[in-house]
Design a protein around this ligand. Sequence first.
Ligand code: HEM
Length: 405
Amino acid sequence: MTDIEAKRPVRDFATDWDHTDPQWVHDPYPIWEDLRERCPVAHTDRYGGGWFPTTHEMVSSIANDTEHFTSHQVVVIQTKNPEGAPPAPMGGAPPITSDPPFHQIARRLILPAFAPGPVNALEGQVRALCVKHLDALGEVNEFDAATNYAQFISPGVIGKMLGFPESDEDLFREFVHLVLDLVDLEPAVRIPMFVPMAEYFTAQIEDHVANPRDDFTSYLLNVEVNGEKLSPEHVRGTMVLTLVAGIDTTWSAIGSAIWHLATHAEDLARLVAEPTLMTLAVEEFLRFYAPVTMARLVKEDLDFYGVAMKKDDWILLGFPAANRDPEAFVDADKFIIDRAVNRHAAFGLGIHRCAGSNLARMELRVAIEEFIARYPKFELADPSAVTWAQGQVRGPRSIPLRVVA
Ligand code: HEM
């Protein structure tokens, strides 16, 4: 951390929010509730200036408005429009960084890989991965469910999908940490840190060009749009997106679900006793602990719900905050394991809605099914030792658990 100014503790999140502030990282929900009542669009001068809308209506309106808001940068960092970044409308990680009309082309070509058919075909592989990591725990009664279980599931799935070696999983977690967590570093410090990641992707692309195989990387290298292959920047950008979007998000969702069950014995007991509840429970885990917040940049000065937004202001697009809005959900602040009506925004809203939602839901369901089959009763061994990821993807990074006999 080199920007001392940006690390001032936050005194008022309404006028000076910082999503990397320890209070926000630890427990953002009371902050959002307070902001929703006091000033539905919070402001900050940090990160070069930005806004945080807190209601479902506002989040939805921005997510659906590609005329006034661009997805060119979806992670809030210290630099806007950095030099050398792939230009709009594609951006650095298509389709998530792409604006229309290019967005539709970039999205369409990845959707088949994440359709129900191919995803369902992966279920056996995901289950075997979960069982492997549970077996590896052996007979211990206390362990960390984040570092010994949750963090392994999605890297295993996505690494295999991209055709990357299983032995490189530690690297994937490092890349994700750099992209999503180390967002408050000064550019002079942060940018050089991307070199190993760029070299890794170059090596993988070269290997796949030399040895094409049946995986998502080879698909991207060979797929044609209007008779032409994708540009090298497009292939690389979508590979990076797949790795980043596919790993931290689902790992965080699995971790939050385990944390919830460890702290709510009645929900754990019900889920163990009534396995058919799992489909509704998964949706409520996603609503209540939605892990993903994305960003937009304001395209031109505009008035939004009475606030004067300026061109290039950040918008921190809080899908998790939208999910806790009492105007949008009955008993929004309560976790209801069998909530029947649950049109949550955890996978986003509008044209960028998560392309990997089938895969995410399946991984979350299978990971929890296998975990509670192995451990039908567990609790936190040390609540004060639980830590949460900083940045736009929220999930526990340490969950010390005790298995209860
Ligand atoms: C629980 C897990 C997940 C959550 C909560 C989640 C959430 C989201 C959200 C909120 C967006 C919208 C971003 C925006 O509006 O800017 C998004 C987009 C996306 N997600 Fe996920 N995601 C998850 C898992 C995955 C997985 C496993 C993949 C597979 C690689 C994936 C791939 C994508 C892609 C490609 C997009 C961009 C779609 C577009 O721009 O058209 N996600 N995700």
